[in-house]
Design a protein around this ligand. Structure first.
Ligand code: NAP
Length: 283
């Protein structure tokens, strides 16, 4: 029976670290502050925003909300981004996406200062992920995967890692973070031939395809560590991931559950990156 690598203890560890840093910054008169920019009232955005606010509040990270109506012109969004960029009291910014069709997401993404881009959406942040340097931060979900591996003491050096998915939000950045830790990384996508065979060879398998429970027994092998990034509601109305948890539990060494796995770690990573940005700004 596989070990279930829950997110909760990982969150506890990050939170302890972040709280200590917030205290140090507080003594210097710095209040780490996150701007959340939301356009419209999409339920996914509202739910993520609520989670982020709750986590930030608990950790002493201030949140300022900037909300635009669904039909706001693109110029209004650009004005908010300029305001956030110019405000020295704001250290990090989360721009909730996708944006409505009248807005140019590319331009908005590029307008944000990388040093305030705590969710890894700007080219500057992504360049930093590729070069292991830079002013920005990795996307929170990708970083959450690394936090989980670190918390459970998994040494990546020399390990065969397979990532299913090549999006800029998860697949590509998590692949680069694994590579930076000296794993040997294979990135898979919809044109990959014989995906189950490639997945079976993985020592670490990251499932980020966005397909409910597609990773079944035939993709898995004993000894593997499986990180499930997917979030879906299945036919019975229950939350599930990209991995069939029952199959994984009976085959692999360790697996992150959905719910209660990678997703729970994401908002703590966000808070941690805001605090890191506040620390850098203070220098
Ligand atoms: P995405 O933009 O739709 O990308 C999915 C990727 O998976 C694409 O690269 C696609 O390949 C690949 N793919 C899809 N079906 C495949 C298949 N059958 N075989 C092989 N590859 C396949 O999704 P995303 O934004 O990266 O998100 C992935 C999942 O993570 C979603 O379930 C999302 O809800 C979840 N997510 C979770 C968090 C969290 O905090 N836990 C945060 C963000 C996203 P192509 O490039 O060839 O199309």
């Amino acid at each position: 029976m596989a070990n279930i690598w829950k997110g909760a203890p990982v969150v506890e560890g990050i939170n302890a670290r972040v709280s200590a840093q917030v205290e140090v910054l507080g003594k210097q008169g710095i209040l780490p502050t996150l701007a959340i920019i939301r356009v419209g009232e999409r339920p996914d955005d509202l739910s993520y925003e609520r989670g982020a606010m709750k986590r930030c509040e608990k950790l002493g990270v201030q949140v300022r909300q900037f909300v635009l109506p669904q039909d706001a012109p693109h110029g209004d969004l650009m004005a908010v981004i300029s305001q956030v960029n110019a405000d020295p009291g704001i250290h990090g910014c989360l721009l909730l996406r996708p944006l409505p069709p009248q807005m140019d997401e590319e331009e908005a993404r590029r307008a944000l200062l990388p040093e305030k881009d705590v969710d890894g959406i700007t080219d500057g942040s992504l360049a930093g992920v590729f070069t292991s340097t830079g002013e920005g931060y990795p996307p929170c979900t990708a970083q959450a995967c690394l936090e989980i591996l670190d918390h459970y003491g998994y040494a990546l050096q020399g390990k065969r890692a397979v990532v299913v998915g090549r999006s800029l939000v998860v697949g590509k950045p998590v692949s680069m973070l694994l590579l930076a830790r000296h794993a040997t990384v294979t990135i898979c996508h919809t044109r990959t031939q014989d995906l189950p065979a490639i997945c079976r060879q993985a020592e670490v398998l990251v499932a980020a395809a966005g397909k409910p429970e597609m990773i079944t027994r035939e993709y898995l092998s004993p000894g593997q560590v499986v990180l499930d990034v997917g979030i879906h509601v299945n036919a019975e109305g229950k939350l599930c991931g990209d991995v069939n948890l029952e199959d994984a539990q009976s085959v692999v060494e360790a697996v992150t559950p959905v719910p209660g796995g990678v997703g729970t770690v994401t908002t703590s990573v966000l808070a941690a990156q805001v605090v890191a940005a506040a620390g850098k700004a203070a220098k």
